[in-house]
Design a binder for this molecule. Sequence first.
Ligand SMILES: NC(=O)c1ccc[n+]([C@@H]2O[C@H](COP(=O)([O-])OP(=O)(O)OC[C@H]3O[C@@H](n4cnc5c(N)ncnc54)[C@H](OP(=O)(O)O)[C@@H]3O)[C@@H](O)[C@H]2O)c1
Length: 261
Amino acid sequence: MIDLNGKKALITGASSGFGVDFANILGEVGMDLVLVARRRERLEEVKKSVEEKWGVSVKVISMDLAGFDAASKLYKLVKDDDIEVLINNAGYGIFGHVRDQDAKEVDTMIQLNVVSLAALTNMFLKKMVEKESGYIMNVSSFAGFNPMPLYAAYGAAKSFVMNYTVAIHAELQKTGSKVKVSAFCPGYTNTEFIDVSRQKKSKFVKMAMGESYPAAKEAVEKMLKGKPVSMPRFINKFGAVMMKFMSRKRAALGVYNAIGK
Ligand SMILES: NC(=O)c1ccc[n+]([C@@H]2O[C@H](COP(=O)([O-])OP(=O)(O)OC[C@H]3O[C@@H](n4cnc5c(N)ncnc54)[C@H](OP(=O)(O)O)[C@@H]3O)[C@@H](O)[C@H]2O)c1
């Protein structure tokens, strides 16, 4: 692995799930960390555990990244830290028919999953390009590959994340930059995601569910290798390839049939 010892990483959504795995994976290679999420107590627990296990220094920032101007506020707080790795991981989904969803709640989700992520990527990318060094991972999803009935707004948000990231990857490659950006696209994974999204753990969800740590580890390795996209597990890759050969309409109906039970 590339030597990241003593360098600094910023991880959003680090109070549970993938974010905690990213903190451990980067802590293990000797990176000092800045961890961001809303639940301060949970962040303090992660800080304590990572510092004890890996002997690195961890700073926590408790803030709501869905707020207006949240990305700029966060950037101002860390602009003097030399961030080498940014992982835009904070996010959640809202399960159900769009007609039953609260427009304000959807708006807030898009603010977090799309607007703040795009702004943070933009601001940190500029600095990284200036110093010709750095890595950004944007957490997208299997849901970003196709229309996702019952996760319609979430899936569309994750499509933005994937396409935005892969487009930047091409811009960097074409201009010979050493900065790397990568979209991480997991499928159902055993974190707090399902409960937060209010989806039932149906038979299908249980069957499709993977563990977060190996997926996060693979995503970091792919990011460091400069791969534009990483998708863990055969079941996800198989599903994504299958849907490529279907019309969007058929793919969308197939998703509804699978997750709507
Ligand atoms: N698990 C899956 O099945 C799955 C599949 C595909 C993609 N993903 C993506 O993976 C990423 C991580 O999710 P996870 O699976 O690890 O779920 P998780 O355990 O629910 O973690 C989500 C993280 O995001 C943070 N977060 C949520 N709202 C926030 C806000 N307004 N401001 C700041 N932080 C906020 C949460 O912290 P606080 O609540 O403390 O703020 C938490 O640390 C998300 O982008 C998700 O969409 C997950």
